[in-house]
Design a protein around this ligand. Structure first.
Ligand SMILES: Cc1cc2nc3c(=O)[nH]c(=O)nc-3n(C[C@H](O)[C@H](O)[C@H](O)COP(=O)(O)OP(=O)(O)OC[C@H]3O[C@@H](n4cnc5c(N)ncnc54)[C@H](O)[C@@H]3O)c2cc1C
Length: 398
């Protein structure tokens, strides 16, 4: 294990571009995409881009324990996050390896590793987020193809993606979980309209996607028709806690940045660290951060041992997102008026951007993405505390 950690460290010392943070501060979209691809290819050539993929598909086939080491070291070195390739590296292979055909795997997995195929996930709709199974985008079979009409929303990085993992309704008469199918959809075709959604941070992380008589060849169906809900479970359980590990490590590094800033002399004299109220808040954040690290490490140990993790991912998601919000709020408070200015953002960064306003605003998205905190609390109540299940919503009268 130590030897592997040492080899990752040595590789990072030799290959992590020293000036990447400087170069990517306020970078344009085109520069961001080019740099993501460059870093993807560097990691791939080093054998680190697909640590979890089986060797026969070009991955490193690493044990889960070694994957943990890799992500810890990437975070500690402050390496860029491969945000553009997240779906391509996790959700797509997990889905294709579990439920795809050999032809689908051969067509897409090597193309992903080339760095040229970016994917997005088209699950959520304007009226189907927490209650995803209510989705209404329709796919009708006509001969050897399906015709798709409808709309998706919040699809991360869809503006850069070539392919979409699509859930669509194929049997409107069936119970809602039973009439859904799962497709590979080529976004570069007539009838597909992508509209980036501008966020309060100023960026546009995700898109609406509209489908107007869009064609999908029948061979792009993943799994059986109307069994898309089963296939989607493979997509949703693909990364097994590694992202939260990486983000927690990055928050720990950002905490050191916060402490260093708190030690600086302020323009009006004195230091934040000398203020008792501020020190109390800092100590509280530190204690919560250590608790989060313990929660994450506990869960990952259980995954390594092959044990079930129950409601732990939900507990960690709620804990992480609320801590991130309070932590960045403290940074913002310390930044004073200066932190209110619109400043360039580090593209591909974690929470070490030093741009507290951006990081604070963005932190709120973590309370929603991947299942809102209210829904996570329902899961914790039912699965961990054994409380009664939520009553189904009342049917409208008349
Ligand atoms: C940064 C980010 C990236 C995302 N990326 C993608 C992506 O790539 N692809 C994709 O398909 N989707 C993506 N999403 C969408 C995400 O999965 C949904 O936003 C999420 O599931 C919540 O659904 P919703 O937005 O429709 O909210 P709704 O389900 O409409 O919820 C509205 C409010 O009601 C509450 N609520 C709903 N049901 C209950 C309940 N049963 N009990 C208590 N409270 C409830 C919610 O907590 C929330 O506060 C992304 C979202 C974010 C923020």
């Amino acid at each position: 294990m130590m030897a592997f950690r040492d080899s990752v460290r040595a590789w990072l010392r030799a290959n992590l571009p020293a000036d990447w943070k400087h170069a990517m501060l306020g970078a344009s979209e085109a520069e961001h995409i080019a740099f993501q691809r460059q870093w993807f290819c560097a990691l791939r050539d080093g054998g680190y881009v697909a640590p979890h993929w089986p060797k026969e598909w070009g991955g490193a086939g690493l044990s889960f324990a070694d994957q943990i080491v890799l992500y810890e070291e990437l975070a500690r070195a402050g390496a860029p996050r491969l945000v553009l390739y997240f779906i391509s590296l996790y959700h797509t292979p997990a889905t294709l390896l579990a439920h795809g055909t050999d032809a689908q795997r051969r067509r897409h997995l090597p193309a992903i590793l080339s760095g040229d195929e970016i994917w997005c996930q088209g699950f959520s709709e304007p009226n189907a987020g927490s209650d995803l199974a209510s989705l209404r985008t329709r796919a009708e079979r006509r001969g050897d193809r399906y015709i798709v009409n409808g709309q998706k929303i919040w699809s991360s990085n869809a503006q850069y993606a070539r392919y979409c993992l699509l859930l669509a309704r194929t049997d409107p008469a069936a119970p809602k979980h039973k009439g859904i199918s799962y497709f590979i959809l080529d976004l570069d075709q007539p009838g597909v309209t992508r509209k980036p959604i501008r966020q309060m941070t100023g960026g546009a992380h995700f898109c609406e996607i509209f489908f107007d008589d869009v064609e999908i060849p029948a061979e792009n169906l993943i799994g059986a028709e109307n069994d898309g809900w089963t296939v989607a479970q493979a997509t949703l359980s693909s990364e097994r806690g590694l992202t939260i590990l990486e983000l927690t490590e990055r928050m720990r590094i950002a905490f050191d940045v916060l402490c260093a800033e708190a030690n600086n002399e302020t323009p009006w004299g004195g230091r934040y660290i000398d203020d008792a109220g501020f020190r109390r808040r800092l100590a509280e954040i530190y204690a919560r951060l250590e608790a989060l690290r313990a929660l994450v490490s506990n869960m990952l140990d259980r995954v390594v041992r092959g044990e079930s993790v129950g409601a732990e991912p939900s507990i960690i998601k709620v804990y992480y997102s609320e801590l991130l919000r309070d932590f960045t709020a403290l940074g913002l408070r310390m930044g004073g008026l200066d932190a209110q200015r619109i400043a360039p953002v580090l593209m591909g960064g974690g929470y070490e951007t030093g741009n507290w306003m951006h990081d604070y605003l963005y932190s709120w998205s973590w309370t929603i993405a991947g299942g809102s905190n209210e829904v996570q609390r329902n899961i914790i109540a039912e699965r961990a505390l054994g409380l009664p299940r939520e009553a189904p919503a009342a049917k409208p009268r008349g």
